[in-house]
Ligand binder design. Structure first.
Ligand SMILES: [Mg+2]
Length: 193
């Protein structure tokens, strides 16, 4: 593994919160569609009304978010090793900046949904690679959901780490699952030596 860059997800990865995505999808009536794509396809006045519903859930979860234990240490290690770091989130810039400021975190590149590039497409990750001048094989992804996996694979990135207490949910996917940052930190400390 010759990793020169790492792309982090925000919600559920860098910060912990408690989104009820199934409930939010039901409230919005998205069906199986991706939430952002669904909202973007609506016409007014339903469009604005439903965006407001999502933003209300996001504001509540952002306010209640806590920094995942070990993330600050991990970012410090990566910085000391000269590894570029990016944050890619389907959340808004306002919420991302609030959380980065609140927890004193610094990424070399931050891509939010205002870019129009959304997971599970690999497009936001390809934008990071362009930004860093890296090839897919030189970059890894750290996330917590299938969206992160699908986006990584779509971008041709095959070093995928997940932070999750439910490794069985990701059985069959080419990923390494860690229940805490400490295990991941040990692997990356070795790999970036
Ligand atoms: Mg997430």
């Amino acid at each position: 593994m010759s990793i020169k860059g790492l792309i982090f997800d925000l919600d559920g990865t860098v910060v912990e919160n408690d989104y009820d995505w199934a409930g939010i999808r039901e409230e919005l009536g998205t069906g199986a569609a991706s939430i952002l794509g669904f909202l973007d396809s609506l016409r007014e006045p339903e469009r604005s009304a439903k965006w407001a519903v999502l933003e209300r859930h996001e504001a509540r979860q952002t306010e209640a978010s806590v920094l995942r234990e070990g993330i600050a240490d991990l970012l410090g290690l990566l910085r000391s090793r000269g590894i570029a770091t990016a944050l890619v989130t389907n959340n808004s810039r306002k919420n991302a900046e609030f959380l980065l400021g609140k927890f004193g975190l610094d990424f070399d590149c931050v891509i939010t949904r205002e870019s129009g590039l959304w997971k599970p497409s690999g497009a936001p990750f390809l934008e990071v690679l362009r930004n860093f001048g890296l090839e897919p094989g030189e970059c890894g992804v750290i996330g917590d959901t299938h969206f992160d996996i699908l986006a990584a694979l779509d971008a041709g990135i095959d070093v995928i780490f997940l932070l999750s207490d439910e490794p069985e949910r990701f059985a069959g996917f080419p990923v390494e699952v860690f229940s805490s940052v400490s295990g991941l930190l040990a692997v990356l400390a070795e790999a970036t030596h």
